[in-house]
Write a new protein. Structure first.
Length: 449
């Protein structure tokens, strides 16, 4: 069962070439952060282009529970009347973050240095995901957390009444952990420092500066050192959310794989901590043009023109993993259609996402007739060339939106259609996925039987 309704079986099969304009939704990472920082600001923050997927809607609901006034004015057009840093009220009920690891971890950070208590839960997938990676550093501020065995939801967090500033070196490459610590540092005196051995997406640092926080970033022998001056007064802003590169990945990859395709994907974020997939695809031989580069909402963006390409497998270095961590599932589908072998290194974080994405993709690809190898930190896909994937399987999605969409993209070019057992989680991040893909010419249907 999905956390948001009955399972929806979906099937993708071969069809016409993909043509047209793919206007993907707003960036999910930035949408979460805009709502949370808007709630922690003084005044009314205006947000345009907000992703209205279930994950972000759950964060909006949570901000209301902590006392902010969050209002939807129209599609993607929202406002947040903030309560200021340290102004969160204690929620009257459990905070349900649905499927969103980003939402729950960032919200825990935002409330961990206020003298309030909150209990968090989520759907079946989120309740399996480890929260200790966030609650351990939050404990250094003085917060306390009690949850299920293994540090899992449901979990109650008691915020620190007298928080202390923290210097923390992240033990894994995780923007969620970094962001939770920085958000907690907002209501702590003095300087909070996060040191990253491997850089991760920097939306939180960019947006904190935009709202008026003092944030410095420097490269040191230890890694990237991010320093936040605590207890600022954040000032409400106007935030224009760029389009999500993780969502753009699906129509982009589909157009590369379906013969004769040519599409335009406008306004996609080209943040250098997020654009690893597009660089990888071009190294594989993809015909992707970056048109009209510009800046929107403090983020670099460009329009992508994508044409069908015959791709070749490559060895992807581990140091690129953080810049394309959410795109590995669809990249694995692409690799299955390339000539030769693709090696994806440094991908251990995929094992603690909405599902164990290495295992989910490996088992699904094997069911579709593709040879794979894996270990704790590597996924190897032996490509079968254009049109070479047999398909014909029903793949388990494990309540994971990206697994569902990735196998549907593969089904567009496999010899036999590919089904997924439950496409309902797609609504958490890309609610218009089916409509958009069908509008380009893709054959994706629901099995209502």
């Amino acid at each position: 069962m999905s956390g948001h309704g009955d399972p929806i079986k979906m099937t993708a099969g071969r069809g016409a070439a993909l043509k047209g304009v793919a206007e993907v939704p707003g960036d999910k990472s930035i949408s979460h952060r805009a709502l949370i920082l808007g709630a922690l600001s003084v005044g009314e923050t205006q947000i345009t282009g907000l992703l209205e997927g279930q994950d972000v809607l759950d964060t909006a609901k949570a901000m209301r529970a902590f006392g902010a006034t969050v209002t939807r004015h129209g599609p993607g057009d929202w406002s947040v009347q903030g309560v200021g840093v340290g102004g969160f009220a204690e929620p009257e009920d459990v905070i349900d973050c649905g499927n969103s690891g980003t939402g729950v971890r960032l919200i825990m950070g935002a409330m961990a240095t206020s003298a309030i208590c909150a209990t968090f839960t989520g759907d079946g997938s989120l309740r399996k995901r480890p929260m200790g990676r966030v609650t351990d550093p939050l404990a250094l501020f003085g917060a306390r957390a009690v949850g299920r065995a293994g540090g899992r939801l449901p979990m109650t967090v008691v915020g620190a009444a007298e928080p202390a500033p923290v210097s923390y070196t992240t033990p894994m490459a995780s923007a969620q952990v970094k962001s939770a610590v920085l958000l907690a540092g907002l209501n702590a005196p003095g300087q909070t420092v996060v040191i990253e051995k491997v850089p991760t997406r920097d939306h939180t640092e960019r947006m904190l500066r935009g709202f008026g926080a003092e944030v410095s970033v420097e490269q040191t022998p230890e890694g990237t050192r991010i320093t936040l001056q605590g207890q600022p007064e954040l000032v409400a802003q106007s935030v224009a959310v760029p389009r999500d590169p993780s969502s753009a990945a699906f129509p982009v990859c589909a157009a590369l794989l379906v013969p004769g395709s040519e599409i335009l994907v406008p306004g996609v974020s080209q943040n250098p901590t997020r654009n690893g997939l597009f660089l990888t695809l071009r190294e594989m031989g993809a015909d992707i043009e970056f048109l009209n580069p510009r800046e929107e909402g403090g983020e670099p963006v460009a329009d992508l023109r994508v044409r069908y390409s015959e791709l070749t497998g490559i060895d992807i270095p581990a140091d690129r993993a953080s810049a394309q961590i959410d795109e590995y599932p669809v990249l694995a589908a692409v690799a299955a259609c390339a000539r030769g072998t693709t090696i994806m290194r440094g991908v251990h974080e995929l094992r603690v996402k909405e599902s164990d994405r290495i295992d989910a993709m490996a088992r699904g690809l094997e069911a579709c007739g593709v040879a794979v190898e894996e270990d704790a930190d590597t996924l190897i896909v032996h490509g079968m060339g254009p049109g070479g994937v047999p398909g014909g399987a029903t793949c388990a999605t494990h309540l994971d939106h990206r697994i569902a969409m990735s196998f549907l993209i593969l089904g567009l070019v496999s010899q036999q259609p590919i089904s997924v057992d439950d496409g309902s989680p797609i609504a958490t991040s890309f609610p218009v996925f089916e409509e958009l893909m069908r509008g380009l010419g893709a054959s994706i249907v629901r099995d209502n039987g």
